[in-house]
Write a protein that binds this ligand. Sequence first.
Ligand code: ADP
Length: 414
Amino acid sequence: MPTAPGGESVTDIRGPVADGPVLVINAGSSSLKYQLVVAESGQSLATGLIERIGLADGSARHTVGGQDHVVEQEIPDHAAAFEVLNEQFAEHGPDLQSAGTVAVGHRVVHGGAQFASTVLIDDDVLATLRRLVPLAPLHNPGNIAGIETALQTFPDLPQVAVFDTAFHQSMPPAAYTYAVPLAWRQTFNIRHYGFHGTSHAYVSRRVADLLDRPLQDVNTVVLHLGNGASACAVEGGRSVDTSMGLSPLGGLVMGTRPGDLDPGLPAHLARVAGMTLPEFDHALNKESGLKALAGDSDFRQVMKRRHAGDDAAALAFDVVVHRLVRHLGALALVLGRLDAIAFTAGIGENSPELRAAVLERAGLLGVALDPAANESPDGETRISTPESVVAAFVVPTNEEWEIAREATRLLANH
Ligand code: ADP
């Protein structure tokens, strides 16, 4: 029988997970998210969010036992953020040491081609991460600052790096190779990497459990739709293709990022508008996607405007759906046989309208939507009819648990 979330998966293909809480850290340039998670059960013992690091009006929220503990003070840098984290755990619990914390697990966005799996962090790993900064200039520096500070704060705990890109290192060369000059590929590691790997791994495993079939036998397209969004073709537990590429800009339409574009666009705008590369980079990271189409990067707000009759918001929704259908169809063909489609992350878990719009256009694949289940899913929910050839699910993602599992699995194998 498949297990409920919180239990050990019966279909895991990567070996046993040891027990014990892991402090999972997701450090950005100006924020630090953390969660103390029991690796085996997924139980969350505490969560926290420290925001506006480096600004005068920082804030920290520590949630334990359903109670929020909020501190507002200047948090000048990551070292100060970790001091606040320690104070919060000391004051409001649980005590990290007596809880038996076994490791610190860091989310790292880009692991390049160097990291195909989770690694124990040492000086060599840190040096490689620093060399990878040009591949993810907006994300990796914050991740690295978090790691450096955590190493000083918790010198006695093993610390591991879990990469968003690692799950996709199983893509075959035909899927990851860009048709660009060899020198670019060889010298600068230009290739298709993919992101959201921890989420795609977690959700595809849950889908196999929900189908009560071994992970090795299940082909799934996972649609991770949050502020950032990506689709992934998972064949028997391994990523074989995904919509994001070298950077987290490619593929689906996102909150402020455009997804796929004609590669001729930068040169064209340089010619006709004198646009510089930094301007272009900024516009594609911060001013595109839903924000460009509908004036708001938040999908919920866009939907409110669409319901109120706003034409730009209606077009934004149609563009998002069209791009999703296009990628879903392509990834289904890449898999050759499709067993399930899974929706996850903020939009995927919470927008019945978006799910219905995509699945109604995916009838060709053999999906039949169950409108009632889609309208009000309750946690992990099958939203296709029993007769549907391809099953469709809502699966709430849990990247922190996946990171905790990765950390303890690595320690168990050492
Ligand atoms: P991130 O990539 O930052 O982790 P999330 O997974 O939290 O993002 O997803 C954020 C997105 O989910 C936002 O666009 C938000 O509007 C959308 N969202 C959250 N709740 C709902 C909802 N009830 N209906 C539609 N969209 C929602």
